[in-house]
Design a protein around this ligand. Sequence first.
Ligand SMILES: Nc1ncnc2c1ncn2[C@@H]1O[C@H](COP(=O)(O)OP(=O)(O)OP(=O)(O)O)[C@@H](O)[C@H]1O
Ligand SMILES: [Zn+2]
Length: 768
Amino acid sequence: MDNNMNPFNGGNGNGSGNGSQGPNGSGGSEQNNPRRTSLILLAIAAIVTLISMSLFMRMINNATNQEITYGKFQELVEDGKAAEVTWDDDTIYLKLQQTNQKTLFSAMPEVTYYTGKAQSDDALTAYLKEYKVASYGKDVPDSSGLILTMILTYVLPIVVMWLLLSLLFRRMGGGGPMGVGKSNAKVYVQKETGITFKDVAGEDEAKESLQEVVDFLHNPQRYVKIGAKLPKGALLVGPPGTGKTLLAKAVAGEAKVPFFSLTGSDFIELYVGVGASRVRDLFKEATKNAPCIIFIDEIDAIGRSRDSKYGGGNEEREQTLNQLLSEMDGFDTSKGILVLGATNRPEILDKALLRPGRFDRRIIVDKPDLKGRVEILKVHAKDVKMDETVDFDAIALATSGAVGSDLANMINEAAINAVKEGREYVCQKDLFEAVEQVLVGKEKKDRIMSAQERKIVSYHEVGHALIAALQKNSEPVQKITIVPRTMGALGYVMHVPEEEKYLNTEAEIHDMLVGYLGGRAAEEIVFDTVTTGASNDIEQATGLARSMVTRFGMSKKFGLIGLESVESQYLDGRTVLNCSDATAAEIDQEVMRILKECYQEALELLSANREVMDQLAAHLIEKETITGKEFMQIYRQAKGLPQEEPEQTDGVQMKAAEQTADAENPSQSDSGNSYGTAPASGTDTEAQPQSFTPKPWEEFARQQQEREDSFFSGDAQQPGDTQQPADPSDAEQSQEQDKPWIPPTPKPENKGPVGRFSGASLPDDEKK
Ligand SMILES: Nc1ncnc2c1ncn2[C@@H]1O[C@H](COP(=O)(O)OP(=O)(O)OP(=O)(O)O)[C@@H](O)[C@H]1O
Ligand SMILES: [Zn+2]
């Protein structure tokens, strides 16, 4: 529920395309060993075969050859029983006359008799001639032919078999029959990657803790002299795409030591025991190369808790983990081996892995704040040509909740957009477009919507925007559009916060809820019927309202009770209820009550401003997209307010930023009317954008200006609290891209809901 609100958490924000994975170094020396072993093995196999073959041949020989005395030989010859006699240097061989009689044994080979040769060749020839026995001197069959046959018959098949097997094993990824269990760790020395702390923007605290480690690797003696020990391991923890892998590489780069990089799943193979032997191998190799860094990415793949709650009980994984635990105990840190791990799910790691002496440092690599985002944008914009309109502060403000990989992706999209339009420099408009692309997808220009559907969507979006404008606590509207997007939104309202926020007040959340429901309220007022387009709004509103009840202690009925806790704070922010079924039913009632009240309020606000709404909608239908500035102009005019920009308000009122967007997606079936050809599908609704978390209060002033000049600085997001506190729940609707999201909440203090959407900027002045 709630957690999902945060679109950025939703996983779309994951890694940018840059290869963030470990480096592929050259295969190290370990390659040679398997090859040598294979050769030795082949030789042994051949020798064994030959020996056993020759033994076998000798046995057959023994059965067919029989030694006799010389006297017996003479007797056989003289009796005329000999059929043929041959001899070599010192032996005479004799075959008997065939008996013609078929016996049981006739299939047996003929027996050859042999005896020592006592005469010279000539004498023997003469002697045999006398008895008319056929004779051939030196005509013994020579055994070399036999050996050749043997090789062809027996050794060749063995070799062929060996080759086939090796091929098979290699296919299976084991590096030859003997390669199973070798670690795939690639050694690469930092020079090759050239990543240093400078390439990692934001994340100053994480860099600081890692800096100490680097220093230790540089001068271990200094620490050893005092008696300090290098931490054995440090665990980098944080949401996907925040730069954990990048940081690990930067540590190796800064320390200029070899860097062994593996992913947790590299250890696990088909056979039980392979993982453990890979771990052993890895540490052996690392010890040889000390000082060095071992980096295990996605360590949860092997470090998952051994109890069954998180899917423990896998023999291979347990063995691998046990081996890792004992290796980490075993190595001597004064040699300078540091194990870095990275994970998005620290909560599922085995406790034994986290205790001091193993991964004793936990380094949080969280979503970047406003300043961090500006820095990340700058790092990635280094090699991109930008013109003078580019203002990273405005982009950063609009992307609260975005992580490093999202921002890297946005810069790249912007550059691609500029090229598409034939420009040589990237301008601010490209960047904002890229932000929207990442949040809500590209414009879907080929979707033709019927006039009626366009009208419905316009009123729906205007409903959201107008509520924002009428409320005090909403974020300013940056842009309203009814151009459908590929991620499902049929239209959306983008809000940009005036400043990054870490907390949301109850009033802000309430206004946010009313804003979410404003789209549906507008439909009901104007068309007397409702469509499926509000599904995402409803989902967002429900999640937010639920978090108010279960996590923020904002319901009178329940008071300050924690009814839900967040389970995976860095990934989807999933929550679990910790209350009885009866209470769960009451929670539902309470959520329903809150939503009903908010909807009622939205209906009242919009009904009271029906004319303004009609004017705005007419304008939107005609233009398709209007900026926040245009929106405010029409709004003021319709309300008879002075046109100038309002002053800034004091910092106090911060609005959470959020955007509301809605998507409408109507699936036809549902209530939606099916007017249009468009396939609207429900999908639309949901495109969720990612949400970024909001940030601090810096810069109020700036924002307003930006707003004014907005090219259109739109943005969407609401800010929730930035850091983790927030809950997700509040996130806004996804569909529209504007969702606010709430960040996961780690710290209690901050949990705020997240941003709100709607706030029109103007309202302040005019406040309803
Ligand atoms: N703080 C940052 N500074 C500069 N670039 C960043 C930063 N964070 C992320 N990036 C960009 O995002 C890319 C992906 O980051 P990285 O692979 O380090 O994320 P990760 O935290 O390891 O993610 P995962 O948990 O999904 O493995 C980097 O290659 C880099 O281009
Ligand atoms: Zn909506």
